[in-house]
Write a protein that binds this ligand. Structure first.
Ligand SMILES: [Zn+2]
Length: 249
């Protein structure tokens, strides 16, 4: 791929961006960039990459027979309304645990979706998504399609969000697989790459090399990438994750 200039504005875009209580979403995608992954709920939208991956995952695991969508892409205004309605109906403690602050929600990226078991009376904030049967099969296959279960039990102190077994986030392969195999949350994965995966000494997963490039407060940074297919994602916390498919011709 040769010399690539990584620019500041790219650092807050891409499937690996951290959108958390600490890091607000800086570049807002528009609704027109979103697509509907589910046949029965055309109002639920995702970014194209995430939509295609979810469609492929559902096609392999029984489709929409038992699984239904609850919430996908939200504008900042929609997130504000959900936040305010929940404060009114559920109180601040519950809301802070399960609803992200407007401007800090992964749903505003178009990379996250809440899914539920198909049944009457689905809870909008905390839908049920079991771990057994076809739901377990779906969960097992998530990493291969670039998705992770984003808010894990026991990691609440890192994510700042309560465990949400219904919230799935697209990060792309092989990141999803590395995160799942290591039992990490996205915050830990970015830290893991930052600490131990550089251009000189990448982390290797099969024939794929992954490394972190810090922007170090500069407006741009030139890196020389290997002559192989590469992808670049910002992390929204000051750097980039580069993925190189070394084994591909
Ligand atoms: Zn969610």
């Amino acid at each position: 791929m040769g010399n690539v200039v990584l620019k500041q504005e790219m650092a807050c875009r891409g499937p690996l961006i951290l959108v958390t209580p600490e890091y607000p979403l800086r570049v807002r995608p528009g609704r027109e960039q979103m697509q509907a992954p589910l046949r029965e709920t055309p109002e639920i939208l995702l970014a194209k990459e995430a939509k295609e991956a979810l469609c492929a995952l559902l096609a392999e695991t029984g489709g929409e027979a038992e699984i239904t969508g609850v919430s996908g892409f939200r504008t900042r205004e929609e997130q504000e309304k959900i936040w305010e309605d929940s404060i009114r109906e559920n109180g601040p403690a519950f809301t802070k645990k399960f609803v992200a602050l407007p401007g800090h929600s992964e749903h505003e990226t178009g990379l996250a979706i809440d899914l539920a078991k198909r049944q009457p009376g689905i809870d909008f904030i905390c839908p049920e998504f079991p771990r057994d049967g076809s739901f377990g099969v779906f969960r097992d296959k998530l990493p291969r399609y670039g998705f992770i279960e984003r808010y894990l039990e026991g990691k609440e102190n890192i994510t700042g969000i309560g465990a949400e077994p219904w919230h799935f986030r697209y990060v792309g392969f092989p990141h999803s697989a590395i995160i799942a195999e290591r039992g990490m949350v996205l915050e830990e994965y970015i830290e893991f790459l930052k600490e131990g995966a550089s251009l000189r000494k990448p982390y290797r997963y099969g024939g794929i090399a992954v490394f972190y490039v810090p922007l170090c407060g500069e407006t741009e940074k030139a890196v020389c990438l290997p002559d192989a297919p590469c992808s670049v994602s910002g992390t929204n916390e000051g750097g980039f994750v580069i993925t190189v498919w070394e084994d591909l011709p």
